[in-house]
Design a protein around this ligand. Structure first.
Ligand SMILES: [Zn+2]
Length: 391
């Protein structure tokens, strides 16, 4: 922790500051502090999630520069909000994805299928793998429902690292193939994603544990930075996000809060968290006005990308929903498939997990300006929801 590691180099980082403007990591639950680039994936005291805290003065100076104003929206434009050095970035020019206006509603789609590996995960991976590289890591380990694994495998290869990706039963074959194509080693373990994830905790000592932790969360913020930038810093009334582990939803909240704190924007959007009805622990807690997230032991949905029975960032998402007067919506597989078809009419082929946000929008009947984050390409799981013609 902070006091212990400040003078030491037990992470083998030679005492260099890995971060640009990041000051320290703070535990969401017990507020324990850790050094900004310390190799911890959750609080050693209480197992809570860790959040990067920044020095706002240099951040403010950087976003007021002419260079910032003149740069087109893309992931690394917002380097001042990340805890790694941009000159060392392991990047595939992720981000800069289109914000497409709907033909039929006062709504925009942030289409994340345009990222290098076909999902929003690349934004987290570029920051996370850059951090791993800064620490001198040669092996990364990751539990995934498929998209994160593919993304981590690709970025690890770019960084000359070995990636071992642990997948639960039912991972779509295209995602497995994609991981192998990038040179990742696939290990199948567990009936559910949370079983797979628990197993990787035991192995965290032998490799860098990539996943829904502080550094990935920081990278995921760029979805929100780009939305605000593409709308000329006018914040929409609602941002609708599919929730599996909750990383993207909470990153979206953290990003908008950071923009507001620097004066780039003047308000917060209302956050809308969408889960599949067969796996909706956040929605259940929200509806009961409870702070307790109860694990779903038999999560079931066609939307494999958000089939996570116990979200790492569940408590954080609940807080974000309450702070922004947001809402949580559960959608059935049938509603997800209908939304997937409707998105097709807008020219977007989304995987079921990605179409969940639009399904949530349609179900909640939101009024005002809305952005739906469509998190992944339909090519990731092309036959999910398709009618079977033959066996
Ligand atoms: Zn803690």
């Amino acid at each position: 922790m902070f006091a212990r590691s400040r003078h030491g180099s037990r992470n083998g980082d030679n005492g260099t500051r890995g971060s640009m403007f990041a000051s320290y990591q703070s535990c969401f639950s017990c507020k324990a502090r850790y050094r900004a680039n310390e190799r911890v994936f959750r609080c050693e005291r209480c197992k809570g999630s860790l959040l990067l805290v920044y020095d706002r003065l240099p951040q403010r100076k950087a976003v007021r520069s002419k260079a910032f104003a003149l740069t087109r929206p893309h992931h690394w434009k917002y380097w001042m909000f990340y805890p790694v050095r941009r000159e060392r970035a392991i990047t595939m020019e992720e981000g800069g994805t289109p914000l497409l206006q709907s033909k039929t509603h006062n709504l925009w789609f942030k289409y994340e299928g345009e990222n290098p590996t076909g999902s929003f995960k690349d934004r987290g991976s570029t920051v996370e793998i850059t951090h791993a590289k800064e620490l001198g890591v040669s092996r990364v380990l990751c539990a995934s429902t498929g998209n994160m694994g593919a993304s981590v495998a690709a970025y690890a290869s770019r960084a000359h690292m070995q990636a071992e990706i642990w997948l639960p039963k039912g991972t779509p074959p295209v995602k497995t193939r994609q991981i192998k194509a990038y040179g990742g080693r696939v290990v199948r373990y567990g009936r559910t994603y949370n079983e797979t994830l628990e197993k990787t905790f035991e192995l965290a000592k032998r490799a860098y544990l990539a996943g829904d932790y502080a550094y990935r969360l920081e990278g995921q913020k760029s979805v929100a930075f780009e939305i605000a930038d593409q709308l000329k810093w006018r914040v929409p009334d609602y941002v609708v996000v599919p929730v599996g582990m909750g990383t993207l939803a909470f990153a979206t909240y953290k990003a908008f809060a950071e923009l507001e704190a620097l004066g780039l924007t003047s308000r917060m959007p209302r956050l809308v968290a969408v889960q599949a009805a067969g796996c909706a622990p956040v929605v259940q807690a929200f509806e009961k006005n409870s702070h307790m997230i109860i694990q779903v032991n038999n999560p079931r949905t066609i939307a494999s990308a958000i089939n996570c029975g116990y979200p790492n960032y569940g408590h954080e998402v609940l807080r974000a929903l309450r702070k922004t007067k947001g809402l949580a919506v559960a959608v059935t597989d049938k509603e997800i498939i209908a939304a997937q078809r409707a998105l097709g009419k807008e020219g977007i082929f989304a995987e079921p997990g990605g179409a969940a946000s639009y399904a949530g929008f349609l179900k909640a009947g939101l009024k005002g300006s809305v952005v739906c984050v469509v998190t992944g390409s339909g090519l990731k799981d092309p036959f999910a929801g398709a009618k079977r013609r033959s066996k």
